[in-house]
Design a protein around this ligand. Sequence first.
Ligand code: GLA
Length: 507
Amino acid sequence: MRYWIALWLGLALIVCGPLQAKAQHAPLGAWAFEPTDKFPQFTKMFVQRKEGQLGGVLTSQWYGDLPMLDLRIDHDRLIFKIYNGNPRLTPHDLTARIEGTHLVLTGRLWDDEIKATAHPATPSELAALRFPTYPLPPPRPVPDNGLARTPPMGWSSWNKFGEEIDDKTVREIADALVKTGLRDAGYVYVNIDDGWQGARDANGVLQPNAKFPDMKALADYVHARGLKLGLYSSPGPKSCAGYPGSYGHVEQDARTWAAWGVDYLKYDLCSGEAFYHTAETVQAVYQQMGEALQATGRPILYSLCEYGRFDVGSWGRRVGGNLWRTTGDITDDYARMSAIGFDANGAPHNGGPGGWNDPDMLEVGNGGMTLEEYRTHMSLWALMAAPLLLGDDVRQVQPDILSMLSDRDVIAIDQDRLGRQGLPLRRLGDIEIWTRPLADGALAVGVFNRSAQSKTVAVDWAELGLKRPKSLRDVWRAVDLDPTQDTLTRDVPGHGVVLLRLGGEAL
Ligand code: GLA
């Protein structure tokens, strides 16, 4: 009996042993991914067991070398996560297993389904796929460039056109800014956001893509109309939409843009968040571009876009920034716009002449909000001393939107030379009263109704701790009101605003 059991066990081992060994063979070692344009463009993976510990690195063109976190073997699979430095990203499991002679990597990253295939890498392949790293400058203050004494004003392609932007559209927008009078109202920067970048030439010089045949000629066209040209890049290897960033080419890119005649740079962290995810490295990399822009000798207004991380308002100026984003992206709806405008404008003491909190570009005219809501949008931005960067197609601007965007009294509040950012004076449920002191001693006051229903609001100067004004203007209605009354009673439409200018020493 014992003999038979031993024989069966032996046979079972002989038959199943190799199968089992094969089934449990997880993909350790070095792998080279097949070249791909698919996010995040994985290039290589290396996994080893050292002193009993499993460790690995996954490399991609977007994020460079990322450690494989929570790495474990489950039968024939490697299961792990990668973290790209974005605090909003929940890392999901990625799974690597062998199929035939290849490795297949599957899972989710951001909203993307991942499926990438690799083959065993030779040492020379691995060396060729090595991801370069570059030194960052030591901290030192970048001198004030003297620009943006009031919040920058202009237009940007992103909110309306996204990546669908080209030379012809930018020229037409420049013409429309002139024709509509928006340029003369102050909107002078014509900013091409993500989507203009092409490939680098043999010397590493970044070229525009086919949609922008001659960037210098485009800058000349824009300048000839009394406007200025803005461009966009990223400190990472890829911009947010996947175009080449300035990683490894910071000084060279700054020189290229200066030679084209660029006047404004928005520098968007994007894939750089994987490399620069500490306060020190993010500051250093923004300082690096700040210094590079100044070294060109051309005055280039510098816009930092890292979504408000690491209290950017407290160091944005020091790295040469003239404005810095305080939030993630705006969208063309009341919920998102008001969440930013009321609650994410950045710390008011950080903003002022030369450096401004930037709650993102305007959506006015893009169709997702009512006129009242757009009026609230403009009023909040003006009270916050926010940059006013139009985000609509100004070639087709409707008369009511045009008059809203060109309202001289509202623009005057935004552009007030004192540069003091407004603050909420009172928040009572859905009604919020915000004030902004102005250079001539006047006070801008916004009476906002955050509910969807119209509300009657009584504003009592004494109750608000204000002196009775010498003059009183309803800014949007463009009418002067009786300043001698103690209380002003107004119907404020749902999601709407009454914007006032109180003349004299109101505080
Ligand atoms: C990020 C920025 C946006 C825009 C896009 C372009 O999301 O926050 O303002 O520049 O990138 O890809």
